[in-house]
Write a protein that binds this ligand. Structure first.
Ligand code: BG6
Ligand code: MG
Length: 217
């Protein structure tokens, strides 16, 4: 029986995916490299350095590892500037109601995000107060589609994978949840691909999927 729900952050609880896109696009423009929305979508769920490889696809220049690290730092500095403007109102529609309601229904909640900026985002949006555990990019070595971040989140909650549902907007994230042996809820972009066991386009659609646990309410 599902007793815990593990949420991806970017593109699920907060619309930061558009800020990632903006910061990568500004870097690509500076380097004179075309960067499309389709490429931006492929950056969902994967690590910063893997995203950079997608940004550099349009370049014929062979950049060194040192140059790539400078680019990643530049993008992250710009991204953090954009994050500085986040407020609780920037949480995804329904997130500030959904999380306390799921807790009221008896579920334990955790973050399972590959982002190293997750702490900052949770703090600025106030979403952190609803989470029992946070697994983020600072705790893992292998990014999605590897299951490590979901397994780490489950471990922090003291739950087995079979007791967990994984919610993610990225194909890589849904694959990671499945590889972890969890029920998967694909959201937004991943749901368009029917990637999950459940496929939803709004957070409200989670409520019928997760009724109150026995003894709750
Ligand atoms: C994921 C995003 O949540 O975090 C990816 O979907 C991003 O687009 C990854 O590359 C790493 O994020 P950050 O904040 O550590 O650069
Ligand atoms: Mg995401």
């Amino acid at each position: 029986m599902i007793q815990a729900i593990l949420f991806d952050l970017d593109g699920v609880l907060v619309d930061t995916d558009v800020l990632h896109y903006q910061a990568w696009k500004e870097l690509a423009d500076r380097l004179g490299i075309p960067f499309t929305r389709e490429q931006g979508n492929r950056c969902r769920g994967i690590s910063r350095m893997d995203s950079l490889e997608i940004v550099l696809e349009g370049s014929d220049k062979p950049y060194t590892q040192e140059e790539k690290e400078v680019f990643a730092r530049e993008k992250n500095a710009r991204y953090q500037q954009l994050l500085a403007a986040l407020t609780p109102g920037h949480a995804a529609p329904g997130a500030q109601l959904l999380l306390p309601e799921l807790r009221r229904r008896g579920y334990r909640l955790a973050l399972a995000s590959g982002s190293k900026n997750a702490g900052l985002i949770l703090e600025r949006t106030g979403l952190g107060r609803w989470l029992d555990a946070v697994a983020d990019g600072n705790l893992i070595t292998r990014s999605k589609p590897d299951p490590e971040v979901f397994l780490t989140a489950a471990g922090l909650l003291g739950m087995s994978p079979k007791q967990c549902a994984a919610v993610d907007d990225a194909l890589a994230g849904v694959q990671a949840g499945r590889a972890a042996g969890m029920v998967t809820v694909a959201f937004g972009d991943a749901a368009l691909h029917r990637a999950g066991d459940h496929n939803i386009q709004s957070l409200e659609e989670m409520l019928p999927l997760f009724p109150p646990l026995e003894g709750c309410l």
